[in-house]
Design a protein around this ligand. Sequence first.
Ligand code: 4AD
Length: 453
Amino acid sequence: MIEITIQNLKDKKDYYIGKTVQVAGWVKNFRESKTTSFLELNDGSSFKPLQIVIQKEENAKISQDTLNHVMHLGVAVIVSGVVVSAYHNVNDAEINAEKITIIGDCAADYPIQKKKTSLDFLRTIPHLRIRTNTFMAMMRVRNALSMAIHHFFQERGYFYVHTPLITGGDAEGAGESFQVVAPDYQGDFFGAPASLTVSGQLEAEEVAMALGRVYTFGPTFRAENSNTTRHVAEFWMVEAEAAFTKLDGIIDVARDMIKSIIREVLATCPDEMAFFDNFYEKGLVAKLQEVADNAFAEVDYTEAIEILQKSGKEFKYPVSWGVDLQTEHERYLTDEYFKKPVFVVNYPRDVKAFYMKQNEDGKTVAATDLLIPGVGEIIGGSEREADYDKLVAAMQARSMKVDNYHNYLDLRKYGSVPHSGFGLGFERMLMYLTGITNIRDTQLHPRAVGELR
Ligand code: 4AD
């Protein structure tokens, strides 16, 4: 086993200077001058590669035959050599190669080459695109963002709960679920129709009635037939649920979470974020820093409708009180009007889910969506209806089968308390953090209508 990773070497550069070490990795780049060849090696431990310097003079230690092999991107090698300070950056390390062993040759048709390839093309080779700088950076930010989410909730006393992925109900009541069947089983496997979860919320509410403050972070599945750059059939959602909390309280949590996770990702992934800033969205880091340091806007749905009506814009979907906000409306509010993240609150009852707390006006519910510039809706949440009779009435008004929701209704029978929660689309947050404009480029193997590579 190779003891030293490239990241170890970079971290402890002063210790390793002058020592002979062995590192393993894949060739990411190769260039040469008359006397010297330069090889960029990466083992995945560091976003930035390690430069290997190869002398080509007469008494060269590396044979021309080996050089001919390592010229090809993607070849896996073990390099032994002496660690020195990098020529162009004394804070970085590089290795003067003494021996290079080819571990795995790379066929000539390797599609990841120096020439920049389009994201569209890379989507056709998800198993290989992961080796590009863009996807290595994305996976590293994905990891950092996951940890930032856990840190945020754990530091505030929220318990991480695992809600079932196979469920009997359709949490959102929107009928966009995938059915689960066992074709070889004689009869009905579960004894009832089963589907993949569209949200862990209803079960998270159960746990919140025992542990008070909880969050989930796991995969969700939606059979939405919307072929957009913001929708996929399988995505990860972070859902928070807090007992004894009203809408204002949960908005505070959602805002603090967004700011906290931005700060942590900027702090833990400076190289990756500089890369996205450079190649995907100029000014990205400054924009995120500003969002982390400043207040978010909050607007009542009714006022948002007035703003849209006064905008003088020709929208494809006409605006009037009672309509659900479409992407074009959300984008106007965030990108042109507020120019920062905005919580829209108190939506019309009829465009939102059955479980949302009904406001006294009899027309609206205590719901909120967080809209952010460039992406649109990133969070959906609400105070929950805690009154048994009102909840049943809301279900009946939507022609839902009340019998299927016994568990959920029990929560309103036994010690019901005001409680609220929200769901953050993890991949939409990644889009915002990286400037990547197609949600398919935030995942390893995106699943969407007609897509299962
Ligand atoms: O607004 P949604 O549907 O809310 C819920 O599911 C609630 N049960 C959450 C809660 O209150 N606990 O979804 C939450 C977020 C959206 O704001 C969006 O960011 C993301 O999930 N999302 C999707 N992301 C990618 N592809 C899809 N098809 C998505 N559908 C929703």
